[in-house]
Design a protein around this ligand. Sequence first.
Ligand SMILES: *Cc1c(COP(=O)(O)O)cnc(C)c1O
Length: 360
Amino acid sequence: MSRVINFSSGPATLSETVLRQAAADMLDWRGSGMSVMEMSHRGPEFTEILAGTGSLIRSLLGVPDNYAVLLLQGGAIAENAIVPMNLIGRTGQADYVLSGVWSKKSMKEASRYGQVKLAASSKDSGFLSMPAQTDWRLSAHASYVHMCSNETIGGVECRWSPDTGSVPLVADMSSNIMSAPLDVSRYGLIYAGAQKNMGPSGVTLVIVRRDLLGHALAATPSAFNYQLQDEQSSMYNTPPTYAIYIMGLVLKHIQEQGGLPAMQVHNQAKADLLYDFLDHSTVFSNRVAREDRSRMNVTFFLKDESLNAAFLQGAEKEGMVQLRGHRSAGGMRASIYNAMSLASVQRLRDYMHRFEKANS
Ligand SMILES: *Cc1c(COP(=O)(O)O)cnc(C)c1O
């Protein structure tokens, strides 16, 4: 068996510990005589799996009791609509902070459900930074303020906790949730697809403060009504059972490694390795404002872009795949989520070093 070093931005690499456990459980989960895929979502086995995954989310993130933890279908792009459908009805307005492709998409989608206002944007810097808190123009009447905590495509991360006063803060954390400790109480709502840091695609985590519920627009699909889903423990419709099971294995593995404080140290070490190299390189560069550089998605460019193909081919020869940047951004991107080892990032850095020597 030969596994590549997979720098995909998502769905992304999973730890071998998790994949081996899933393989061992495939035909018969804990003597049930069934694969998790074959279980009734209302049976005792899956009820245990769902509760286990939910309590790992609560304990790893320290989710306060007044927050609902929902595991839904649809992904983060669906949440771009589902969030306003559930929350914008409080006042009819919402503020959006733009830091790149994903937050722009969120704002555009929300505009179909209410009045959305641009609160801050780093467009003028080419979305190479996070808009500073002092530049956020918030309206007191907004139902919520939306931001993206990590712009997966641009490689821009908000590394501080914004203060939005009494207006609830909503964050798309798809690509950096579970990468470091988080103070959930500072947020009204957090959403994240699982396929970057928590498991396979197909399951979406929503953490929402319960006092914000009860204002869903009439047209909200019942399966996407947070209040209904909270009342029915994410079982109003059939939840993505197998994805929830794998998510549980991923979170258990994170817990065994020391939880989110350990992930933070691990992720910082990997990011430092690449950014330090990039900052001293004669052939590569990173363009993101230093303090806003993502620890999850390291974007970089070859100063001579005619070398792009050679760089990617050479990497593939050494078993390193998915380093091409997003089609809208160009250049390169190394996604180095929790499951990416330090040794693999060292392999990439060493390859870049050799490539630099050969091409300078
Ligand atoms: C990957 C990603 C999405 C898209 O998720 P889907 O599963 O395609 O809906 C949205 N937001 C961010 C920040 C992402 O990284």
